[in-house]
Design a protein. Structure first.
Length: 211
């Protein structure tokens, strides 16, 4: 079997797929694609992802794009611990949490707080403090919602890790690189305990963001 993942190691959504592959014990090849570089938006890559995003994925000639579709496929197609519950209510909760992450968590945690606070400093630019403040306000709402949806168990949706945990972990890792993110997480004890658990998973340690 040949599994190829196209994307960049700095990408949150590429990392979500990598986490799923690591959790399932699937060997894969990561082909670097810097989607911010115009020269890498080649006709060949656009044939893999017509919207010029990352990741794209291929397994023995079967091509996919969109991270959630890819991770669901990985869970169904490969052996290893299941990453989606079978029970309908638990599975619906995982789907709900993943959707919340995509719709309400990714933008404020990653772009409004992490990128604005950390990446602008690397470029010797002044951060937009108003954008950071607005992002933190949205992050508080999002994290409050997730805390209310948590199962009361070790993981977001039950006794075992699921795709919902991987989705949030890839986003949370960026957020927790900021002082504001760490401070805000302090008001969510259950989420903080979850973060301490997942941040040391072998899958997380095997897929770090570049410095």
């Amino acid at each position: 079997m040949t599994v190829t993942l196209y994307g960049a190691d700095y990408s949150c959504y590429v990392r979500i797929v990598r986490l799923a592959l690591e959790e399932k014990g699937v060997e894969y090849r990561l082909v670097p694609v810097d989607i911010f570089a115009e020269e890498e938006r080649t006709p060949e890559y656009l044939a893999r992802h017509p919207f010029a995003k990352i990741p794209a994925f291929e397994h023995d000639g079967f091509a996919l794009y969109e991270a959630s579709a890819i991770t669901r496929y990985i869970d169904a197609a490969f052996d290893g611990p299941p990453l989606l519950p079978v029970e309908p209510k638990a599975r619906a909760r995982v789907d709900q949490l993943m959707s919340v992450c995509d719709s309400y968590v990714y933008q404020p945690l990653v772009w409004d707080v992490f990128v604005e606070r950390i990446e602008t400093k690397k470029r010797n630019e002044r951060p937009d403090e108003e954008r950071i403040a607005a992002g933190l306000a949205k992050a508080r709402i999002s994290l409050t919602a997730i805390a209310k949806l948590m199962s009361g168990k070790a993981w977001l949706a039950g006794e075992s890790i699921t795709l919902a945990d991987l989705h949030l972990a890839a986003m949370m890792d960026f957020f927790m690189m900021t002082e504001e993110g760490r401070k805000l997480m302090g008001i969510f004890p259950a989420l903080s305990a979850w973060w301490e658990l997942i941040k040391v998973r072998p899958s997380m340690l095997a897929t770090p963001y570049p410095d």
